[in-house]
Design a protein around this ligand. Structure first.
Ligand code: 5GP
Ligand code: ZN
Length: 115
């Protein structure tokens, strides 16, 4: 998708600090980190958000989530845990309309609404 920032990142048009890549998934550091470790994990395929995932793409969700495990295991600072967030849609606080998970770590999170 030409107007999509994350597709531009995927195609190398916008530069990022990549932390992980496989055939289907790309992960890179968030440009405005909200925690000591803040990584975004995206499918290379343009899917608007979780709510727009079609049945034929369910397999990709498993790959995305297992990519999170693979990434986190590379960071000693997340050995004791981390937080995964998906903002879905306008009311969910989504600002980039290309499916992505936030991995937040390197600190202790308390309640869901506290940071
Ligand atoms: P959302 O609010 O859609 O869940 O999260 C979008 C995230 O993408 C934000 O945390 C924002 O900082 C990040 N972001 C937006 N544009 C860029 C960019 O060009 N490069 C990187 N690395 N992160 C970006
Ligand atoms: Zn996109």
């Amino acid at each position: 998708m030409f107007n999509c920032i994350f597709c531009k990142i995927n195609f190398g048009i916008i530069q990022v600090n990549k932390v992980y890549e496989n055939k289907f998934v790309l992960a890179f550091k968030d440009k405005q980190p909200k925690a000591p470790i803040h990584i975004l994990v995206i499918p290379k395929k343009h899917i608007i958000n979780l709510n727009m995932v079609k049945k034929k793409d369910i397999w990709l969700l498993g790959i995305l989530q297992f990519s999170i495990v693979t990434i986190v295991n590379k960071y000693p600072d997340m050995r004791k845990g981390y937080r995964v967030i998906n903002n879905c849609g306008i009311n969910g606080g989504q600002t980039i309309f290309h499916l992505h998970y936030h991995i937040l770590g390197g600190k202790i999170f308390t309640g869901l609404m506290n940071n």
